[in-house]
Design a protein around this ligand. Sequence first.
Ligand code: ADP
Ligand code: ZN
Length: 604
Amino acid sequence: MKSFFKNFLVFLLVFLVVASLFSIFTNKTDQPENILMSDFVNLIKDEQVSEVVVSGDEINITLNSGDKKITKKEMGESLSSLLNNFEVDSEKISKMDISIQEDDGFASFMMSLLPFLIPFLLVIIFLYFMMKGVTGANSKAMMFGQSQAKEFDGNQKNKTTFKDVAGAKEAKQELSEIVDFLRFPKKFHDLGAKIPKGVLLLGSPGTGKTLMAKAVAGEANVPFFSISGSEFVEMFVGVGASRVRSLFQKAKKSSPCIVFIDEIDAVGRRRGAGLGGSHDEREQTLNQILVEMDGFDQNINIIIIAATNRPDVLDPALLRPGRFDRQVVIDVPDLRDREEILQVHAKKKPLAKDVELKQIAQRTPGFSGADLANVLNEGAILAARQNKKVVELVDLFEAIEKVMIGPERKSRIISDEEKKITAYHEAGHALVAHFLPNSDPVHKVSIIARGQAGGYTLKLPLNDKKLYTKNYFLDEIAVLLAGHLTEKDIFGEVTTGATSDLRRATSLARRLVTDYGMSDKLGPRTFGEKEEMIFLGREIHEQRDYSEKVAEKIDEEIAQIMKEGEKRALEVLNTKREYLEKIVKVLLEKETIEKEEFDSLLIE
Ligand code: ADP
Ligand code: ZN
């Protein structure tokens, strides 16, 4: 678009210059006076005319006095017949020098045409530029088979390097090997070592897989091609495969380079597990990727980095030696890594002096790198909205909750009755969470609506956890049920406010039995094959690998676990009733209670 305007401006300028030159040359400054034909005839009759030059339909007259006049005749009519018509004596005519000037055909032709031509030209040029834009877009639509890989040159100035990726030390270590392969391939060739072709990055969304792949390219100073697996899968069969082909063609031209395939699970799912049409296309695309990977020989130095968060669904063929045989796990960051990531992203944001990023890191267990970047950004937005010069701690705390649960909806008007119900509901969660030994401590209780929730109780673990016990889950189920139970106890009936609590508690109970082997009755085994199938665009999870009888038992066990959770919750609710009222009173008054106040409420 920019170049279009540039072209257009240049064109306009040239046009103006030409037009002005043109008008200078054509503008005769001593234009002779225009006279009528009858005046001309009279002048001849008075014998004042010395010379007549006819050029086209113009008659240029020079008088004896030297004055010049001009008049026009009809096109095609000759001067002599004209003078005849006016009954001029032939004797008087013969006294004048009469010359007929050959009409300068082209010039006058152009002169008469130009006024029509210029707008025409303008329109044509305008159309040309329009068409150019349109065909640009159009040809993109026609180039289905072309890969749409985005290319980043490895030599650009602000390239991504390992410095931009905070934490993830092990991953960086493993990938620095890849950087070596790209930079000094000869070293490895000389020893007969085969350079790996594919690296699989495993990690949940937002943990920085794309960032890491870019950093590898940046460190090795090679071009980086990026494409997402979902881009391969189009409406038309065969498109994916031809995109793969064209992507690798491009890459081979700029070898050594890195090809990054995001979401490889979109094409690389286990073959033969699908139903319906889309699966054919995926299979072709996947086959093409395998063919390309096997195809290029050792002196073409392309390393393919693929990313996925579902390694379990990948086709085993992808993971065979010579293909994606290297796997690098990128974990959700732990406390220290979170602090480092925050530091990276806080660089360009002025933070208040009292802000310690460690505090933010402590409050954000389970956050991915992308979430943390988002927290800092939201914090900066909140601060800017209040016209602050620096981002303060409160802004960042608010941002954490916004990222976690959704934006606060202070303006949502609720009746006093609903407010009271919400207060008891949340107080119930908080109370049970506080008194059950395996539950995480309560960080904040609020009855301000946020996102989908009418109110919320925030719990935060003291340390990052990787392993969870059965007792932790049972207490967790108790806390989830506590809202519902409190409502029932206080008001004698329940509301719809507890729906998502119940759903979460139930699915947690199911997982205890079917995935974690935590049911004593059913023993340490899993139930249900977690095979993925795609049918009409919907994923169908789970295939039963157990009998109807066992299914019944599972349901019984789930009910049993829910009972146990309920029992634990009721125990707390029944014995600590006075605290419940205390919490509710403060909640109705202030709407939110922070950790310090909450703890002091429950000590007395
Ligand atoms: P993924 O590809 O794993 O979904 P991305 O690489 O797209 O994740 O990460 C999204 C954003 O999150 C990055 O652009 C970056 O701003 C931030 N981010 C994630 N991990 C890190 C990290 N370790 N260090 C710094 N920033 C990170
Ligand atoms: Zn609840």
